[in-house]
Design a protein around this ligand. Structure first.
Ligand SMILES: [Fe+2]
Ligand SMILES: [Fe+2]
Length: 276
């Protein structure tokens, strides 16, 4: 066996998130030496969606795969790009015929492979195809036991159910979409690493990444005169580090990753020691 280390970074939120990724990714590479970097980019373009140029910038920073979510198609020029760029993955349970794809098998420089899946929940979200049945279909005939799942969902219960459903069949299930990291990173009984939400990479002095005024108006006045704008203060990088035994596909360690202001920071050298 050998170890495959995956770093996953939660929803990049606007320029604050892009800047935080740029600032913190070099020390992450230097200290944690990940084999694979996966980044959720669904909010990278001014808080909603992603453009081809921003996707290219995220790949240049070292991302191997970009996952998305309910904002996958908000910037329309990403739609043709999805057809040309296999490394960008949108939720797999969009209806048949939707642009793009929900699974990408990434090959490392040493020839090892990891499958990356993006799947979306349906509770308090758009009605999509059944994510559980979709997952069963995706897990047929994969060329690797190493499988990372970004479950993009609002409800904790639905994310936990997805993790329970695939426990032992995939290496990791990590949630995105709520933009707040949870403190439940752990390995489930079947060997699947799990964290309900990786949190966003962006300015936490905000309402889930947006400047406070428009969401506050919406909740207190039930009118919308203000435009939602991403908060542009200093950003925090939030995500998770996972070690996978590549012979079995089971996870051997999971540690949260938080770098920047507002949240309690994790120390990279401490994470490296814990995961040795
Ligand atoms: Fe998001
Ligand atoms: Fe989302």
């Amino acid at each position: 066996m050998s170890n495959m280390r995956v770093v996953f970074i939660g929803d990049i939120m606007g320029s604050a998130g892009r800047d935080a990724l740029q600032t913190h990714i070099t020390p992450v590479f230097q200290t944690l030496k990940p084999d694979v970097l996966i980044v959720n980019g669904e909010n990278a373009a001014h808080g909603i969606g992603i453009t081809p140029r921003i996707a290219e910038d995220i790949f240049k920073l070292g991302a191997d795969v970009i996952t998305l979510g309910n904002h996958a198609f908000d910037k329309r020029d990403i739609i043709p790009y999805m057809g040309d760029e296999p490394r960008i993955v949108r939720p797999a349970n969009y209806p048949a015929g939707t642009a793009g794809h929900g699974l990408y098998v990434h090959t490392l420089k040493d020839g090892r492979k990891i499958a990356v899946i993006n799947i979306m929940g349906r509770l308090f979200m758009d009605a999509l195809d059944d994510p559980f049945a979709t997952m069963d279909a995706l897990l047929q005939n994969l060329p690797t036991k190493c499988v990372f799942v970004d479950v993009h969902a609002e409800a904790t219960s639905e994310k936990q159910c997805m993790a329970a459903y695939v426990d032992g069949r995939v290496s990791a299930v990590v949630g995105t979409h709520t933009h707040v990291p949870t403190s439940d990173a752990r390995i489930l009984a079947g060997g699947t690493a799990y964290m309900t939400d990786a949190g966003m990479t962006g300015d936490y002095d905000s309402i889930i990444g947006m400047k406070r005024d428009a969401p506050l108006e919406n909740f207190t006045k039930k009118v919308r005169t203000l435009k939602m704008e991403p908060a542009e203060g200093p950003g925090t990088l939030s995500g998770v580090v996972i070690d996978i035994d590549d012979a079995t596909g089971k996870a051997t360690a999971i540690e949260p990753l938080r770098l920047g202001p507002h949240l309690k920071e994790t120390v990279l050298s401490d994470i490296a020691k814990k995961m040795m």
